[in-house]
Design a binder for this molecule. Sequence first.
Ligand SMILES: Nc1ncnc2c1ncn2[C@@H]1O[C@H](COP(=O)(O)OP(=O)(O)OP(=O)(O)O)[C@@H](O)[C@H]1O
Ligand SMILES: [Mg+2]
Length: 219
Amino acid sequence: MSGKLIVFEGVEGCGKTSQMQLCYEWLQSSNIPVIVTRQPGGTELGLHLRRLLLEKTDNQKISVRTELLLYAADRYQHIEQFIQPNLAAGKIILCDRYIFSTIAYQGYGRSLDMDLINQLNSIATGGLASDLTFWLDVDVEVGLNRKRGDGDKFDRIEQEKIDFHRRVQQGYTALATSNPDTIIRIDGNLTKQAVQQEIQQVLEDRFTLYRDNPCGYLE
Ligand SMILES: Nc1ncnc2c1ncn2[C@@H]1O[C@H](COP(=O)(O)OP(=O)(O)OP(=O)(O)O)[C@@H](O)[C@H]1O
Ligand SMILES: [Mg+2]
């Protein structure tokens, strides 16, 4: 039985990490074999690429096409080395960002040519789509303020101008509208527990959770 790829998307500070962790604990407590990963940075090589992509660089500007290619390189490596083997092993993979991030950030945010982005996404994934994507929808100001509240130093992407983040948000809105069956919008302004409740409800509605099996699974 093959696993499932479940992706968490949204603007900075929308709650991806928090929700993935809660979801991980919930699935694990039901004996479902689950793992958590991210793009970029889900492999050893990917960690290097993540640093290159997210570190602030005052003196060495990364061109927008270089950025796109680095994300694609990370994705290819991650799918080949991590996602495919774990899907084959029947794992439920909770993945922080996937191809919709590239469409939202590099397509809408950076205004890169959408055909080029789709082509690269297709090369990087070999056509592997997520089984389900949760879009945690919060206003960009809310997300950025949460991060500010944490005292986090903003990374290279987070420190972009507010208009950039707004275009990214428009991207997610457009993507959710055109993919209503695969992208599930969740109101990210709710409390963490309420957001998690919604996520669990969607998973229970969409899949069968064989949680009483000693080696539980989700189908
Ligand atoms: N529903 C929520 N309500 C209020 N605060 C929240 C909520 N979800 C997450 N937070 C808080 O907002 C901050 C950012 O959350 P989190 O790290 O989960 O977001 P993220 O989407 O993973 O961010 P990043 O874009 O940096 O990866 C954390 O301090 C977290 O505790
Ligand atoms: Mg996070």
